[in-house]
Design a protein around this ligand. Sequence first.
Ligand code: CO
Length: 216
Amino acid sequence: MGTLKSLFENNRRWSERVSQRDPDFFAKLSRQQAPDFLWIGCSDSRVPANEVVDLMPGELFVHRNVANVVVHSDMNCMSVLQFAVEQLQVEHIIVCGHYGCGGVRAALSDRELGLIDNWLRHIKDVYRVNEREMRGIADADERVNRLCELNVIAQVRNVCHTTIVQNAWARGQNLTVHGVIYGLSDGRLKDLDVTVDGPAAIDDIYHMQLPETVRN
Ligand code: CO
C-alpha cells in the first residue's frame, strides 16, 4: 500500500536523478514555463499526461477532469484554456480521452451516483446527439469505447467554440486543436483525425463576430 512517506522518498530520488542529468534543470524551470501543448484529459490515474507522451516538467500544460469534458460554463477549465492560449501561447491543444473510461461507462448507465451525475450529463448529451449510431452497436464494451471517441470529438468542438480559441484565431495566432484517444491495454495514443486549425470548421451557429474580425 502506498504511504506518504514513500512518496517523499520517491520524490527525493527523482529530483536527484533529474538533477544528475541536468544540474540546471530545476533552476531553469523555476524562472519560467514555456510549454507548446495544452493537454485536456481524464482524471483516470492510468492516463498520466506527461508520462504517456514522455514529456518532462515544463513541456505540457495540463487540465484533467472526469471524462475530459470541456464545458463553456466551467470556470476552472476555461481559466486553464485562457491562460494556456493567451499567456503561454501554446500552439497545440490536445483533448485526450481513453477507451474504457469509467465516466463514459457511468454516463451510459441509469444508476444514480450522486453529484457526478450532473457532470456526466454532458456525456449523455453526446450520446443523444449520436443516438442512432450508438443504438446500432450491440456489444456493451464497444458501445462504451465508441462513446469515448465521440466524446473526444465533441469536446474538441467545444474547445473550438470558446471565445478564447475563436479570438486567438481572429488575432492570427497559430493554434491547432487535436482529438486523440489512449488505449489502456496497449499504452498507445490514436489520432482521431479531427484536427481543427481555424474557424472554418466551426458550425455556423457558434461563429462569432469578434472585435478582431469586425475591425478587418
Ligand atoms: Co476516464
